[in-house]
Write a protein that binds this ligand. Structure first.
Ligand code: XMP
Length: 524
């Protein structure tokens, strides 16, 4: 695998992950402040990695465990004596307290959601954090609490239900807090992280899209040398950024393959060809595979079978074309940092498979191609910034995510050409209206789907019997959890009327108001 290890000399804040759903958020917040951060599972911590002079500070994340489940937790006490500043959050706060001689017990009153904490003592960590009266609203999520302070620790703040909400050993630069400073619900939470990384860890700013661009180009050039790289370009944000980055790094030695599955959005095919082939002069092979995809999907209604058929077909087409090109040694993919982090398995629990996500991940073993994954240390918002730095149009960079299997998973039940056409039109109208009303960029992802149900309607004086169009729009941080977007009535009326008046085949529009969980973002 291509080792784009960024820069070995890059100093960082290392986050030890104990399985919290917010671990990635901690890393993002620190990078937003301009300092590089990495996540490592508590099971993989090695003292030699941590004692490296490049680690400026350690953050111990929250997590679902309790500190007395010692068989499930890896904690090397020696990290406490390295002289590196440490900040423990929630479970991190409890494990630090326990390991340093304090006590943790079940709370009499659990705290979930908003709580108020009150300042007890001054600390560098809380500069500009409390209001004038010494209070701050914070976000808690815990059922255990620190019940006895470790030796040489003082209390910085307390809440109504927990005396030791925030503690410190100022001499050793070790801090603990029961609440989550990384979530936006904690007012001024970012100030705590800023104080920690700059005032306590003495980090210097070393992370920006501009620096990143030249670093990544340098590393790709070094590794790929004169070989050719094939890249599966879908027109989505990640593969577009990878393609443009590689074009800048290796020019003609990049070959992009764009497979038109027939399950793309309206005008997508033209947009990809215009942008990459005509404007950026990228070596682009266009494969029109509409017929074969539709043929293989005929009469298939099971969501998992659809996904498998599409994934396999894609692999076959990719292999066929890759074999035709001489000197291809690498396959470029838009893998992102969240795909890489194993945070879900740190608790040892098996997460059940919800959906077979389709990408080209199955390819390399078979084709003996080495992987180039230049975005594998980046979060989505960083990829977007990098895309702008690479002079990709905002229209591409700020696009909503679009799934690999495309419209196939937005047409529950059997897929036909007619249904695809109807859906492409409805989706186009919906997205255009979102843009017109300046809503597109406020929404994380929006799309139209075509439900396999016909209902009765009346248009003019005639009875209609047509499909239902479902609209979805969600807000989210990373697609793992989501909430529906609250449109006003006028917007919903405008979109509904436009869809029904312009598209034959739809006579009813519904809006999906479920969050994730319990639903998923896509329908299948
Ligand atoms: P779900 O439906 O699982 O989707 O809540 C979460 C995010 O992932 C996208 N998605 C996919 N992306 N291949 C992809 O590249 C897939 O097979 C796939 N399935 C879902 C979805 O659009 C949402 O952004």
């Amino acid at each position: 695998m291509l080792k784009i290890n960024l820069d070995k000399n890059l100093t960082k804040i290392l986050i030890i992950d104990y399985g919290s759903q917010f671990t990635q958020l901690i890393a993002r917040r620190i990078r937003e402040l301009g300092v590089y951060s990495e996540i490592i599972s508590h099971k993989r911590v090695k003292l030699s990695n941590i004692s490296s002079k490049h680690v400026r500070g350690l953050i111990l994340s929250g997590g679902p465990l309790n500190v007395y489940q010692s068989n499930k937790i890896k904690f090397d006490k020696r990290i406490l004596n390295l002289g590196i500043p440490i900040l423990g959050i929630c479970f991190g706060h409890q494990i630090l307290s326990k390991e340093l001689g304090g006590k943790v017990k079940k709370s009499k009153s659990r705290e979930f959601g908003l709580a108020k904490i009150k300042k007890k003592n001054k600390s560098v960590l809380t500069r500009d954090f409390f209001d004038k009266k010494g209070f701050c609203d914070v976000w808690m999520s815990h059922s255990d609490e620190v019940s006895k302070l470790p030796k040489n620790f003082v209390v910085i703040a307390s809440s109504k239900n927990s005396k030791f909400s925030m503690i410190e050993n100022p001499k050793k630069n070790i801090f603990g807090m029961q609440f989550h400073p990384e979530v936006t619900h904690t007012k001024n939470g970012k100030k705590i992280l800023r104080n920690f990384i700059f005032s306590i860890c003495k980090s210097k700013k070393n992370w920006s899209p501009k620096k990143l661009k030249s670093k990544l180009i340098y590393h790709v050039k070094e590794e790929v040398k004169k070989s050719k790289v094939i890249c599966a370009l879908s027109g989505g944000v990640d593969s577009s950024v990878v393609a443009k980055l590689l074009k800048e790094a290796i020019g003609k030695n990049l070959v992009c393959l764009f497979v038109n599955t027939g399950l793309l959005r309206k005008r997508e095919e033209k947009q990809v060809i215009n942008t990459f082939k005509k404007r950026f002069k990228i070596n682009l092979i266009y494969v029109d595979a509409k017929k074969i995809f539709l043929k293989k999907l005929k009469n298939i209604s099971d969501p998992e079978r659809k996904r498998k058929i599409i994934g396999n077909l894609f692999v076959q087409i990719f292999e066929k074309y890759a074999k035709k090109i001489k000197n291809i040694k690498f396959l470029a993919q838009g893998t992102l940092y969240p795909d890489l982090i194993e945070s879900k398995s740190v608790t040892g629990s098996q997460t059940s498979k919800i959906k077979s996500h389709h990408n080209v991940g199955g390819l390399p073993k078979k084709m003996k191609l080495k992987l180039v994954e230049p975005l594998k240390y980046l979060f989505k918002d960083e990829v977007r910034k990098l895309g702008l730095e690479l002079k990709l149009k905002k229209e591409i960079v700020l696009r909503h995510p679009f799934p690999g299997p495309g419209l196939a998973i937005r047409i529950p039940g059997v897929i036909t050409n007619k249904k695809i056409k109807i859906l492409q039109e409805a989706d186009f109208i919906y997205i255009e209206e979102l843009k017109k009303h300046n809503l597109y960029n406020k929404i994380w992802q929006a799309y139209a789907a075509l439900l396999p149900v016909k209902t009765v309607g009346v248009m003019g004086d005639n009875r209609t019997y047509e499909y239902i169009c479902l609209l979805r729009a969600i807000t989210s941080e990373d697609g793992m959890t989501a909430d529906f977007y609250n449109f006003n009535k006028k917007f919903m009326q405008t979109v509904t009327n436009k869809i029904i008046n312009n598209i034959q085949g739809i006579n009813r529009v519904v809006y999906d108001v479920t969050s994730k969980p319990p639903s998923t973002i896509e329908l299948e």
